[in-house]
Design a protein around this ligand. Structure first.
Ligand code: AMP
Ligand code: DBH
Length: 536
């Protein structure tokens, strides 16, 4: 597909020969499960549930409806749905048509969504009417006005002037186009480091390989019950092994709207959940809540924690508190996922982020000149493999920097490998803040702030935080008059950015510390704010 960088032929042949890529597609995968499992429940959401057979039928009906409104193979459709059954019906209907979901998160706002729609030249945008006290229609109207390619806004719920998702399910036959295993299945989002999120093209065959391999490692099967508390569109809950891995294994997915113990704990008991995936701040909340609430957690076999640095002090408390195993997961939407293994010694599970899931994942840990560091030393992680992309969607220039000439992805993560061959994430070389698993590209938010008339210069850095691991701090050199902090927050909200990207703290300064080359020293800024926080 145009704008996508496929694997070189010799690599593709190798991954096929090694039985990684088996020629599978998502549309057929669901068809097979429906045939094999029939009335077995695939998804549970509140008091609703749907079997594999029923899901398969609904997906065909929706695919027919999408086709009637002109959605065709390779069309892009921005999907911004919370954890509800419709999310899966929409995705699989698009997969069957060979159309590409672009996975937005419910927390994204006008600035992110309009970028996804414009950059992907989306034909349609699927939204809920309302979720988490937010009305999506006013945003959708603005997005539509400003995106010439966007022909349809499709609403799950009260659709007002737009198409209602519920009205699209059609009994008409649809003509299934040929969808090939090496076709792009969807566009996933990168956390970003240089400006706006990049789009990540993932194919059916390689992504399904990552699910199959994840399922083996996590021992997922038809009896597994996966609790989805993180937004399903995010790569971790989507694929490690996540909701799609669970459907691949023929298990059952229980959908929660978020990670609050009030919602999650009763679900674990009632639905006999066997596995749940959390980001570190949620694990902290669960550990606190479990002290005072008694639920039956006996079904729970595994809690996965990933997305951001997880401190050993907290990691060691999971198993005693929940009576289940812990697995650390260090992954990225670009591909590579590392897991600690279920039978690893406690020390490995508590202190490391595991090792690559595939024997064909290649990793290099390098210094600033791309030379491999010595065993045990910290360097940037580069990776290449059977489910790691070779380039972002339509980003030729950026790809030259983000990948080596021999196709390794530069993760921007600083890691070391311990004697046992496990990876420990030590820091980051990319200009990003990891706010409890939610990634913020500093430059993206800086570009918004610089648009304020009283901001002359701005630099955003991370500052340490006990709960989230990191929060964001904006250093600002004011122009003429010092803006008020509350006013800056409103300014950013009005520009429409996800709430988690709004700086947690603002520091006004007269100058920035500089590096020897005269660039703003973010390292020095991080030190300044860290010191200041420690002194109070
Ligand atoms: P994204 O680009 O949004 O897919 O985020 C991937 C990035 O999240 C990785 O490159 C890491 O920086 C970070 N990350 C994911 N899992 C972990 C983990 N277990 N520990 C530390 N950082 C992590
Ligand atoms: O943070 C991530 O992006 C992530 C974490 C764990 C991920 O993409 C994954 C597992 O697959």
């Amino acid at each position: 597909m145009l704008g996508c960088q496929p694997w070189p032929q010799d690599f593709a042949a190798f991954y096929r020969k090694m039985d990684c890529w088996r020629g599978e597609t998502f549309g057929e995968m669901l068809r097979d499960r429906a045939r094999e499992l029939g009335e077995h429940i695939a998804l549970t959401s509140g008091d609703k549930q749907v079997s594999y057979a029923a899901l398969d039928r609904k997906v065909d009906q929706l695919a027919a409806g999408f086709q009637q409104i002109g959605i065709e193979k390779e069309d892009r459709v921005v999907v911004q749905l919370p954890n509800r059954i419709e999310f899966f019906e929409v995705c699989f209907a698009l997969f069957r048509l060979g159309a590409l979901p672009v996975f937005a998160l419910p927390s994204h706002r006008y600035s992110e969504i309009s970028h996804f729609c414009a950059f992907s030249e989306a034909k349609a945008y699927v939204v809920p009417d309302r979720f988490a006290e937010y009305d999506y229609l006013p945003m959708a109207r603005k997005v539509q006005q400003n995106t010439p390619t966007l022909q349809h806004v499709i609403v799950a719920g009260d659709s007002e002037e737009y198409l209602a998702l519920a009205d699209l399910y059609s009994e008409a036959e649809f003509t299934a186009p040929e969808v090939k295993p090496d076709d792009i299945a969807f566009l996933q989002l990168s956390g970003g480091s240089t400006g706006l999120s990049k789009l990540i093209p993932r194919t059916h065959d390689e992504y399904i390989y990552s699910l199959r391999r994840s399922n083996e490692i996590v021992e997922l099967n038809e009896d597994s019950v996966y609790l989805a508390v993180l937004p399903a569109a995010h790569n971790f809950p989507l694929s490690s092994p996540g909701v799609l891995g669970t459907l691949y294994a023929g298990g059952r997915v229980v959908l929660a709207s978020g990670g609050s113990p009030d919602e999650a704990f009763p679900l674990i008991e009632q639905e006999k959940v066997t596995i749940a995936a959390l980001v570190p701040p949620m694990a902290i909340i669960w550990l606190e809540a479990v002290k005072t609430r008694s639920y039956d957690f006996s079904s729970l076999q595994l809690i996965q924690v990933g997305g951001a640095n997880f401190s050993a002090e907290i990691a060691r408390r999971i198993q005693p508190a929940f009576g289940c195993k812990l697995q650390q997961v260090y992954g990225m939407a670009e591909g590579l996922v590392n897991y600690t293994r279920l039978d690893d010694p406690d020390d490995v599970i508590i202190h490391t982020q595991g090792r690559p899931m595939s024997p064909y994942d290649e990793i290099r840990i390098v210094d600033q000149e791309d030379r491999e560091v010595e065993q045990g030393q910290v360097g940037e992680l580069l990776t290449r493999g059977p489910y790691t992309i070779r380039g972002y969607y339509k980003a030729e220039k950026h790809n030259e920097k983000a990948f080596t000439s021999d196709g390794f992805y530069r993760t921007g993560d600083l890691v070391r490998m311990n004697e046992a061959g496990c990876i420990v994430v030590e820091g980051r070389a990319k200009d990003q803040i990891n706010r409890g698993g939610e990634k913020i590209a500093a430059e993206e938010v800086e570009d918004h702030l610089i648009a304020h008339p009283n901001v002359l210069e701005v630099a955003i850095v991370s500052m340490p935080d006990k709960f989230l691991g990191e929060r964001s701090c904006a250093f600002i050199i004011p122009h003429q008059q010092t803006p008020n902090k509350a006013e800056l927050k409103v300014f950013l909200e009005e520009r429409g950015i996800a709430a988690f990207k709004i700086p947690d703290r603002v520091e006004f300064v007269d100058t920035f510390p500089e590096t020897a080359l005269g660039k703003i020293s973010k390292k020095a800024l991080r030190e300044i704010i860290t010191k200041k926080l420690a002194s109070v």
